[in-house]
Design a protein around this ligand. Structure first.
Ligand code: COA
Length: 161
């Protein structure tokens, strides 16, 4: 059994993340999607809201489980018995940071490897902050996130949730 873990902020989850989740779920026996509970960042959505959105998206993928984690990623992977960390690479600009992160994580937990999936071309430009910004100004985010996520973002900005 190979246990994979896809960590991220997912604030909010986008089609780019969903693409990675679906492809990674086919490659590994189990895939946990982990929302980082990061007290230093001021997110748009609470961890619970982000977990809920991801759960809805992943409900039809039987080997995917959504959770939240806090603290060091390497420590989390050690205590959860994770074999593989999944990360998406969108462009060469992601590479340096991701390389550094994967090497640090391996130093801290030699039992874990990071596997990179290249983001599908149609989502290479996408990021959660772009989605937040477009939605903040009332722009159409339907090409970036599922409809229910778009509605949740608009509601958040209008103060209705
Ligand atoms: N498609 C679309 N967007 C993507 C994407 C994809 N496939 N992959 C990444 N992104 C975007 C995200 O939307 C996010 O956008 P934003 O910055 O505009 O909000 C951005 O890329 C960063 O992605 P994310 O995966 O959330 O990474 P992160 O840098 O916020 O966090 C963690 C990375 C959560 C894995 C890592 O910081 C962590 O676990 N930290 C815990 C503490 C720790 O262990 N630190 C030491 C690490 S060596």
């Amino acid at each position: 059994m190979t246990k994979a873990f896809y960590p991220g902020s997912f604030d909010p989850v986008t089609y780019g993340h969903i693409d990675i989740i679906k492809r990674a779920a086919k490659l590994f026996d189990t895939l946990d999607v982990g929302v980082l509970n990061n007290s230093e960042k001021l997110p748009l959505f609470s961890v619970e809201e982000r977990v809920k959105m991801l759960e809805r998206i992943c409900e039809d993928i039987p080997n995917v489980h959504v959770l939240s984690y806090s603290g060091l990623l390497a420590e989390y992977t050690l205590k959860s018995g994770t074999d593989v960390i999944i990360r998406g690479l969108r462009a060469v600009t992601d590479f340096e940071y991701e390389l550094q992160m994967s090497q640090t994580n391996r130093k801290l937990n030699p039992g874990v490897d990071t596997i990179f999936l290249t983001t599908s071309l149609e989502y290479a430009y996408l990021s959660s902050s772009i989605v937040r910004e477009v939605a903040y100004y009332g722009g159409d985010v339907s090409n970036f996130v599922p409809e229910f996520v778009a509605e949740t973002i608009y509601k958040k900005f209008s103060g209705k949730n």
